[in-house]
Design a protein around this ligand. Structure first.
Ligand code: AGP
Length: 609
């Protein structure tokens, strides 16, 4: 989604801005721009489409030491050069880049139009630039103008503004959209993602909601709208950079699929206690005597993280015998949820910046609940908001379609379920067997990846499909949902997921040869019942692709294609079968010639509602 980079005090600001924008590109964008102060005026370049389009305008020829840059993911207005950021006020005195959505933009625009101001774009951000220039033209300093404007703005923002009258100054503000400040040798930076500042900044400071900051090449001053002047402690910038390249892989998604075994090995590393058949999760910051008091677990996330939450709920109920349920974070936060003191809340997010997940977390905290996070990006907004948690350590995930991070989420939730289980009634031997399973998991995933050529052979059954059903039962039901999401997301094939048992309650009416069914079929106690459902689909001329770890020959007799994956531990089959579905979606999308890493209309990190 939108990304911000800004710098003051760097010999060639535009060079830094372009490097930062390239680092932010993986988040998804549809236009980009930079504005640089040359000491007298603000020069700006913007282009729709890929960053190369902006690069072809030769931004590095803009001389100046202070500037702002932005990658835009359209919300208000089409993805055109006119709507791209930075936005300049009509008098060219103020330039602004902004992430988020200004909900009362229309009302603010009307007020400014009444003052005689005119607008050139459809964006909410231009309203901010115009409002600030009006204040500055009346003698206010930009920092004070931002402080005065922000309480009148409804919605969310992470923003940086540049003032023609102050050539080396940046003013940044945050409400609901991440803003980090960087300290480098002789320069100060602002970015929506600290990774954009790697190589330029040594230390980082994170703004909180309501903070407004003024930066010059050698100073940072922060004022909170709520508490006034404040000091933020700087920490060493440790963000991982996403520009390591694809390491020879055709796509980042393939690279991340290939990295999956080592990513999972890192997720479990140092967290297994073979002696007591349990997990070591010091980051939870909850002692066993407090953990045992929780009567249930509520898991929240968006998209794939929500589906991982569903897998986690299954794992926790079956291993810890605690009631557990998953819900989409955006729905949870808007239903004025009852927060229970004896429920443990778990918020799950790869990026740690997903707006709705963060808002759900804050709602729980506001109401006094205990909330832990499952998160990949160290130091992200979510990681800083929770009471404790589990880092995935999956490494940077660039592809919009989540693969290794999804598997790592389910894995981390498995560790949590094991830990909770051993605090409750899970026997030491059952715990020890699962510990062994976690140890073997990277190897099972290695074997799954090796099946890629066989999985590729199945794709003709999907590339011709009008629509695809994904079905599964028990802990395979959410895995089927993830498989359908992945196919929609990158292959652009309509796919729907149902619990296998629900098929005959309606969807069966749509089964025909052009609508194949992908069956996620773990070798568990429901296997016989699921095999019976295969016959129901066959009887309607439906084509079956079965993804399974069972070697039951009845499956081969019923299915057009069988993707046979390694047999693992019962609790870990969602991860192994899930990876099989990720590979299936990937190969199908490749066969269709889709743009794998940046699917249309989607962003990696959804930082708006
Ligand atoms: C997954 O393939 C998706 N692109 C998407 O559903 C994603 O999982 C969701 O937006 C949540 O992201 P997060 O994990 O960073 O919070």
């Amino acid at each position: 989604m939108c990304g911000i980079i800004a710098v003051t005090g760097h010999a060639n600001a535009a060079q830094t801005l372009m490097a930062g924008l390239r680092r932010l590109a993986y988040r998804g964008y549809d236009s980009a721009g930079v504005a640089v102060h040359d000491g007298e005026s603000i020069a700006r370049l913007r282009a729709a489409g890929a960053l190369e389009n902006l690069a072809s305008l030769d931004p590095e020829s803009l001389s100046g030491q202070c500037g702002i840059g932005h990658t835009r993911w359209a919300t208000h207005g089409a993805p055109t050069a006119e709507n791209a950021h930075p936005h300049l006020s009509a008098d060219a005195a103020i330039a602004v880049v902004h992430n988020g959505i200004i909900e009362n933009a229309d009302a603010l625009r009307a007020e400014l139009q009444a003052e005689g101001m005119t607008f050139t774009s459809e964006t909410d951000t231009e309203v901010l630039a115009q409002a600030l220039s009006l204040a500055v033209s009346r003698g206010e300093a930009l920092f004070e103008a931002v402080l005065a404007l922000m309480p009148r703005v409804q919605g969310t923002y992470g923003l940086v503004a540049l003032d023609r009258a102050a050539p080396d100054q940046l003013v940044a503000a945050r409400l609901g959209s991440p803003v980090a400040l960087g300290i480098g040798g002789g320069c100060r930076l602002v970015a929506s993602d600290p990774a954009a500042m790697v190589g330029f900044a040594d230390d980082v400071l994170h703004l909180d909601d309501g903070d407004v900051a003024r930066l010059t090449p050698d100073s940072i001053a922060v004022r909170s709208l709520d508490t006034g002047e404040r000091t933020i402690e700087a920490t060493t910038l440790t963000a991982e950079v996403n520009d390591a390249g694809r390491d020879g892989h055709a796509h980042f998604m393939l690279k991340e699929l290939c990295e999956q075994p080592e990513a999972i090995a890192r997720t479990v590393s140092g967290r297994l206690d073979a002696r007591f058949g349990t997990a070591r999760l010091g980051g939870l910051n909850i002692q066993p005597r407090d953990l045992i008091a929780f009567r249930g677990v509520k898991l929240l996330g968006c998209g794939s993280a929500h589906i991982a939450a569903e897998c986690g709920a299954h794992l926790i109920e079956s291993l810890a015998r605690l009631p557990a349920s998953a819900e989409a974070a955006a729905e949870f936060r808007y239903r004025n949820p009852v927060i229970e003191r004896d429920l443990l809340y778990v918020v799950i997010s790869q990026s740690g910046e997903t707006y709705d997940t963060l808002a759900a977390c804050n709602e729980i905290k506001r109401k006094g609940g205990t909330v832990i996070g499952i998160n990949n990006v160290i130091g992200s907004s979510l990681a800083r908001a929770v009471d404790g948690g589990i880092y995935l350590h999956a490494g940077p995930e660039v592809s919009v379609a989540s693969t290794k991070a999804w598997s790592a989420m389910v894995c981390a939730l498995g560790l949590l379920a094991l830990y909770l289980g051993r605090v409750h009634d899970l026997s030491p031997s059952a715990g020890a067997s699962l510990v062994k399973g976690f140890e073997a998991l990277p190897e099972w995933l290695e074997q799954t990846y090796a099946l890629r050529p066989a999985i590729r052979e199945v794709t003709p059954l999907l590339t011709q499909a009008r629509s695809v059903f994904f079905i599964g039962r028990g802990n395979a039901a959410p895995v089927a949902r993830e498989g359908a999401l992945k196919l929609k997301e990158i292959a652009y094939i309509h796919a729907e997921a149902y619990p296998t048992s629900e098929l005959k309650h309606g969807p069966l009416a749509l089964i025909e040869p052009a609508v194949p069914t992908v069956v996620v079929l773990p070798d568990d106690e429901l296997l016989d019942k699921s095999i019976a459902s295969l016959a129901e689909i066959r009887a309607r001329d439906g084509k079956l692709i079965v993804v399974t770890d069972s070697d039951d020959t009845r499956i081969d007799a019923a299915a057009e294609a069988v993707i046979r994956l390694p047999k693992s531990h019962a609790a870990l089959t969602p991860i192994v079968l899930g990876m099989g579905l990720q590979l299936l979606a990937y190969e199908t999308a490749v066969a269709l010639g889709r743009e794998i890493d940046r699917p249309r209309n989607l962003a990696k990190s959804v930082t708006v509602e």
